[in-house]
Design a protein around this ligand. Structure first.
Ligand SMILES: Nc1ncnc2c1ncn2[C@@H]1O[C@H](COP(=O)(O)OP(=O)(O)OP(=O)(O)O)[C@@H](O)[C@H]1O
Ligand SMILES: [Mg+2]
Length: 292
């Protein structure tokens, strides 16, 4: 467990995760205060990755709850094993009471319940909460504020030690204040050029320095454009790998043209950038990288 923000940032970096100061601070405090870390921000900027990184850095198991429309308690927390209950009713010698049937051995724990019971305690990633329906958040409140879960037939199960919780959202809708209030909040923005270069060094160590600088400058330029979907860090990494695969040592118009589909996933955006806009960006990159 880190004892300072610097130590926390250092431990994240040792796992290849480059955290800006505010994020390292939020992560550090979340660990120390045993509060969930709530991360909102641009796609592909390391929100999901930090949960994995925290698990690796602390040597804890990672439990992941991927949210989706229609996610309910049965899928998120626990479920009674009806098939097994039926079977027992049929095959039991004596009559089974409700207490027998709703006992622990018929309970199937899902991620939330597992997170409360697994020793460690684990890192619990509640990913893309904005995709779940709003009623689900109400249910999460008990788990997040008390680190406990009430099962009507069984009683309340409380974590011996709170799990480390990371919640992410892409902000397709606002998450309820009551959830946010229980968390430490951080907005994950696109990294600046220096940090993005550092991320590339960590994630694509084989990329030549000159190429990495050009890639970062080009992408930073792209993000200034008014595109439907801006490239995230994930795209920066992917593009560098693609360029390495093509044995490119520097950006040239033809290579950029041929690989735009790694960066931009909408035809309108590609059409917008192709040709003169790409050439202009490349000029800008050349000027920057040579003088920087
Ligand atoms: N600060 C960082 N340090 C190291 N790697 C990073 C960083 N930010 C992003 N990455 C890398 O970028 C990729 C995308 O990150 P991640 O999946 O966490 O994005 P996300 O914010 O969860 O995106 P989405 O909103 O689309 O789910 C991962 O491969 C991750 O390793
Ligand atoms: Mg994610």
């Amino acid at each position: 467990m880190p004892t300072s923000i610097d130590e926390c940032a250092g431990q994240l970096l040792a796992q290849g995760y480059v955290a800006e100061r505010e994020l390292a601070t939020a992560a550090f405090l979340a660990l120390r205060l045993q509060r969930p870390l709530f991360l909102e921000g641009e796609p592909g900027t390391g929100k999901t990755e930090i949960a994995k990184t925290l698990a690796a850095m602390l040597g804890r198991p990672l439990l992941r709850l991927q949210c989706y429309e229609g996610l309910d308690m049965a899928a998120a927390a626990y479920e009674w094993n009806y098939a097994r209950q039926m079977l027992e009713i049929k095959t039991a010698d004596a009559k089974l009471s409700a207490d027998d049937l709703f006992s622990r051995r018929f309970l199937i724990p899902r991620a939330l319940l597992q997170a409360l019971e697994l020793p460690g305690p684990p890192v619990l990633l509640i990913d893309e909460l904005d995709r779940a329906d709003e009623p689900f958040e109400a249910f999460l409140l008990e788990v997040l504020s008390e680190f406990q879960l009430t099962i009507p037939e069984l009683g309340t199960i409380k974590a011996a030690e709170p799990p480390i919780v990371v919640i992410t959202s892409n902000r397709t809708r606002e998450i309820h204040d009551a959830v946010k209030r229980r968390c430490l909040y951080h907005w994950v923005d696109f990294p600046d050029a220096a940090r993005e270069l550092e991320i590339l060094r960590q994630r694509v160590p084989g990329a030549p320095e000159a190429l990495a600088r050009q890639v970062v400058a080009f992408i930073q330029g792209l993000r200034m454009l008014d595109l439907y979907k801006l490239p995230g860090v994930a795209e920066t990494i992917e593009w560098s790998r693609a360029l390495l695969e093509l044995n490119a040592v520097a950006l040239d118009p033809q290579t950029v043209q041929q690989t735009l589909g790694v960066l931009l996933k909408y035809q309108d955006d590609i059409a917008r950038v192709q040709g003169s806009e790409a050439a202009r960006l490349l000029e800008q990159v050349r000027a920057q990288v040579h003088h920087g």
